[in-house]
Design a protein around this ligand. Sequence first.
Ligand SMILES: Nc1ncnc2c1ncn2[C@@H]1O[C@H](COP(=O)(O)OP(=O)(O)OP(=O)(O)O)[C@@H](O)[C@H]1O
Ligand SMILES: [Mg+2]
Length: 548
Amino acid sequence: MPINTTVSILGEREHGQDVRTNNVTAVQAVANIVKSSLGPQGLDKMLVDDIGDITITNDGATILKQLEVEHPAAKVIIELSQLQDREVGDGTTSVVILAAELLKRANDMIKDKLHPTNIITGYKIAAREACKYVEKNLATKVDIVGRESLINAAKTSMSSKVIGPESGLFSELVVDAMNWVRTIGSTGEYKYPLKAVKIAKCHGQSSLESKLIKGYAVQMARVSQQMPMRVKNAKIAILDMNLNKFRMQMGVQFVVNDPKNLERIRERELNILKERCEKVIKAGANVVITTKGIDDVAAKYFVEAGVFAMRRVDKADIRRIAKSTGGQVITTFANNDGEENFDPAWLGTAESVFEEPVGDWDYCFIEGFTKASACTILIRGANELLIDEVERSVHDSLCVVKRCLESGYVVAGGGCVESALSIYLEDFARSLGNKEQIAVAQFAEALTVIPKVLAMNAAFDASELVSKLRVAHSTAQTSNDPKYQNLKHCGLDLLNGKVRNNLQAGVLEPMNSKIKSLKFATEAAITILRIDDMIKLAPKQEELPQRH
Ligand SMILES: Nc1ncnc2c1ncn2[C@@H]1O[C@H](COP(=O)(O)OP(=O)(O)OP(=O)(O)O)[C@@H](O)[C@H]1O
Ligand SMILES: [Mg+2]
């Protein structure tokens, strides 16, 4: 019998140029969705999911997360924007547009018979050079402009969002919040933990009523109205357990012969709860917070002792409160000997804990932390959709301010970095005497997509504006005259359709965000570029049992 030597693949197989063109088309389609939302004059998107929930947003990562995409290459790009969101927080739209442009140009080069390996190497060289150039020549130290520059960086990230017109107020809130939560890390450097800033959303009033609370807010009322409204010098017991009437575990059975014993069992069950509450009170706690329940009986003991108690608090909140107050989250009172006790060292401390109504809701506030500070940005707004979008924008800005503070460097925005790099890389390409030259030159040209889209979205003549911008950067890089040196900070003024010094105009972005976006976009483009075969396996046919 002849042996079949060919390998048969069950499924569809796409190969070579076909798969590349398909991938590029899919990525282009994704980028086109977010293109119109880039920049201060960018527009928003309304997304409706299968349940009918509506999201209105300008944030690239949020738009793409909601899309249901099947194409694997498009999924890589969506992953890219999520990565940017996690790592940097802002710039999720730009990174997708840049990656798509890089891919499109790579595909054209391959059609012109350049090998993908040369392109990949060229792109890698270009990205590396670009990052070096930004660090060396375009970055400005935050200290030189101080708080003003942080506010400007926050404003820039907000300018494209719904809170753009109110960015004056919000940028102050964001910068104050980030400065407030500053801690010193183990190696002596300053840290700005994002999680220490809680964003609380409260429906009602205008967004201009939003404020910063220098304490931690939890949206809930205390367990009983008879508890004190305010506790000073709070000693906080932080629990992750139930304070309900004790019950035997499921499956445990008692055989009771005497009805009196039944009563004793009930009594003991109640006593266990009583003892637990007493242990907490005896340890000196005047505030009790738990992620689980506190029943009426336990509440009674706490009321009698003048303890302020909160129940069903979110786990994330509990963890943050524990960190800031220096307390411990307790999941059980039992010790190694099988006995129960509550150690006073487990208590966290704060200056005050109190309840106050905000809008239609009750909020509990914890202020004056002893260990690490935490704060809350309370967002007000007319409707839920608006508040959600404000939250996303504030989150973006918090990330931007954090990056500025941590790295200490900013760059000018509005297409400044991209144009400067495009001029520099064009020049640099000419110094390469190999095939990678073409790829580096194309990389340089691809970068201009950002100023082009920015200008296009602001309804200006993109080609003309970008040409002017390139002239400015070319002059800055080629001339030795110091008076032209400032031209290297030129970017677009999207209100008047002009080229201006964006460093002076206060359009700033953190340097390491820009560098990371460049790296991420290049990596994503390369990942997709490397694919030259796509095999979609056919699902396995399950054999049905034969019926006789
Ligand atoms: N006032 C301004 N003048 C000129 N350009 C601006 C101004 N404000 C922001 N930009 C530019 O707009 C771009 C950012 O736009 P946008 O915030 O819409 O997108 P993104 O940051 O890439 O993504 P996202 O914010 O959705 O995560 C940056 O290139 C920035 O330099
Ligand atoms: Mg942004």
